[in-house]
Design a protein around this ligand. Structure first.
Ligand SMILES: O=C(O)c1cc(=O)[nH]c(=O)n1[C@@H]1O[C@H](COP(=O)(O)O)[C@@H](O)[C@H]1O
Length: 245
């Protein structure tokens, strides 16, 4: 496998689009770039499971980002339905606790037991959203300590629950890997090009910095989707990632 393909395989493009048509147009522009496609709430709530199946039928790896956070029984059912879509990765909130995260794995296992053609998706837990800064964590959410401490605690809970890794900012990746081991996956949004608009993201790094920090995957939305040329933007990001390897 070429270095280009290895590094591009660590890019996840957030298809945060208001319609299936717009998402399809974006996917067409990115054709041939071997990235994951991330389907989040905005697209899923309008285009639904059919769009996920369409991406899978076209050969894409899909991260279904619905951030489940509910009672264990409901998350178990949700994970079962999501796994039956054949996605490669999905997520829950670590704040739901160990029992809830274990229920997500159980729901996925139950889906697999019923359909042997399915494979086990990676199940990932969101630690602290990358839009959360230190003040918000302490004063609004009511969690004391540093963001890194809060993220590491949730990462350890995620590992205890038997999930595959966490979503966090790449700033926290060294601490997560030190606490949970290098095989524990880190999926990092909050990626911005040097000097780019932060928007609502608080904890950000560039693609180059994220890969240097040890992120397994970087999640990129607006730096690609809001660009005048999404394909060029994705290629530029892959180039940056390649230089960091
Ligand atoms: O789970 C996620 O993917 C996620 C977690 C998080 O802490 N922060 C975060 O930004 N995301 C998602 O990553 C993407 C980032 O998009 P941009 O800020 O446009 O690059 C969005 O689809 C978010 O929903």
């Amino acid at each position: 496998m070429s270095n280009f393909h290895r590094t591009a395989g660590r890019l996840m493009v957030a298809l945060d689009c208001p319609s299936a048509e717009q998402a399809r147009a974006l996917v067409r522009q990115l054709e041939g770039i071997p990235c994951y496609m991330k389907v989040g709430m905005q697209l899923f709530y309008t285009a639904g499971p059919d769009f996920v199946k369409e991406l899978k039928a076209s050969g894409y790896s899909v991260f279904l980002d619905l951030k489940m956070h509910d009672i264990p029984n409901t998350v178990r059912g949700g994970a079962n339905s999501i796994t039956r879509l054949g996605v490669d990765m999905f997520n829950v909130h670590a704040a739901g606790g160990v029992q809830m995260m274990r229920a997500a794995r159980l729901g996925a296992e139950e889906a697999l037991a019923k359909d042997l053609s399915l494979s086990m998706p990676l199940i990932i837990a969101v630690t602290q959203l990358t839009s959360t800064d230190q003040r918000t964590l302490n004063d609004e959410i009511g969690i004391s300590g540093t963001v890194e401490q809060a993220v590491t605690k949730y990462a350890l809970l995620t590992k205890e629950a038997g999930l595959d890794g966490v979503v966090a900012s790449s700033l926290e990746v060294p601490a997560i890997k030190a606490a949970c081991g290098s095989a524990f996956k880190t999926i990092t949004p909050g990626i911005r090009l040097h000097g780019g608009e932060l928007g609502d993201q608080a904890r950000v790094l560039t693609p180059r910095e994220a890969i240097r920090n040890g992120s397994d995957f970087i999640v990129v939305g607006r730096p690609i989707t809001a660009s005048a040329n999404p394909r060029e933007a994705a290629e530029h990001i892959i180039e940056e990632m390649k230089q960091s390897c």
